[in-house]
Design a protein around this ligand. Structure first.
Ligand SMILES: NC(=O)c1ccc[n+]([C@@H]2O[C@H](COP(=O)([O-])OP(=O)(O)OC[C@H]3O[C@@H](n4cnc5c(N)ncnc54)[C@H](OP(=O)(O)O)[C@@H]3O)[C@@H](O)[C@H]2O)c1
Length: 288
């Protein structure tokens, strides 16, 4: 597995497995199967509501000696109402307890809303205490990331943002490189939006290498130096998405993919009032 070294020296796998929207009853099995396929980076979040089941899948894989804890790289995140410093500290403990782990490899502030500076103090303290190895942010636009880096003593190691062929974030990547913050891609397949998996351009590129559209997309992210999280509940797709280290896209093919960029989210505008309202309501509902 190819790895990336973060700005604090921690090494992480470049390809990972995400558990967003996997139903609770399927999560442990999916995580176990993903580890069996070879994934070592596992990504969940407090708001996904499946940290416990993610931990169960990890425990089963460790108990069966498929993997050691040290070989895994486990991520979770805190949500908006969990950002005040004390609440953030509690949420990190809650993640550890729910997942049955002594430490997490990466902990992120999930959204650029709430008391992100209070949350950051809690994350830095948890990192100093050895409860998390790396810390970062998610869904921060480059402008917000630059402000955040300027106002914090410890620089985020990661910014987890949407990156896929429809929303390539090429300029954002340059800004993140300038500030030494690693870009991690969520929804690399845009969850299949705009018919990604049957897109003609991506399919034609795939045919040249005997690879699928999913494999082309993940390979493209690997060659850009971006960490990518792919989700599937099907073991055959998990294996397909993992089988991307035996080919290299040509410069011309990369340029062709660059031409697909629509430069806007395949999902929503993070700053839109309706979206922020949805985030807030979602958190309040899970607090009930
Ligand atoms: N920080 C954030 O705000 C944020 C937001 C979204 C996601 N994330 C993280 O990023 C991870 C990945 O993003 P995502 O889950 O939203 O979407 P995604 O990985 O872009 O797409 C997942 C979808 O693609 C399908 N799929 C996967 N591999 C395929 C293949 N080879 N061929 C055809 N279809 C395939 C899956 O279906 P099946 O499962 O049926 O195979 C699923 O419907 C998440 O799980 C989560 O960990 C973070």
């Amino acid at each position: 597995m190819k790895t990336i070294t973060l700005n604090n020296g921690v090494e992480m796998p470049q390809l990972g497995f995400g558990v967003y929207q996997i139903p609770n009853e399927e999560t442990a099995e999916a995580v176990y199967q993903a580890i069996k396929v070879g994934y070592r980076l596992i990504d969940t979040a407090s708001i996904y509501g499946n940290e416990k089941e993610t931990g169960e899948g990890i425990k089963r894989a460790i108990d069966e000696k498929l993997v050691t804890r040290e070989a895994l790289f486990v991520t979770s995140k805190l949500f908006i109402l969990q950002t005040p410093e004390e609440k953030a500290a509690d949420t990190i403990e809650q993640s550890l307890n729910l997942m049955g782990l002594e430490y997490l490899d990466l902990y992120l502030i999930h959204q650029p809303y709430g008391d992100v500076y209070g949350a950051w103090r809690a994350l830095v303290a948890a990192q100093k205490a050895g409860k998390v190895r790396a810390i970062g942010i998610s869904n921060f636009k480059s402008s917000k990331m630059i402000e955040f880096v300027g106002l914090t003593e410890v620089k985020p190691q990661i910014n987890q943002i949407e990156v896929n062929p429809w929303n390539q974030r090429i300029e954002d990547e340059v800004w993140h490189q300038k500030y030494g913050v690693q870009v991690e891609a969520w929804a690399p397949f845009a969850e299949g939006r705009h018919d990604l998996f049957t897109n003609e351009v991506l399919s034609e590129i795939g045919k040249k290498y005997g690879k699928s559209v999913g494999q082309v997309v993940l390979r493209w992210l690997m060659q850009r130096g971006i960490v990518a999280l792919a989700k599937s509940v099907r073991p055959e797709r998990m294996a397909e998405n993992f089988d991307i280290f035996d080919f290299e896209l040509s410069k011309e093919d990369i340029e062709t993919i660059t031409g697909l960029d629509m430069k806007e989210s395949a999902f929503f505008d993070h700053d839109a009032p309706q979206q922020v309202e949805w985030f807030m309501n979602r958190m309040l509902e899970t607090e009930k």
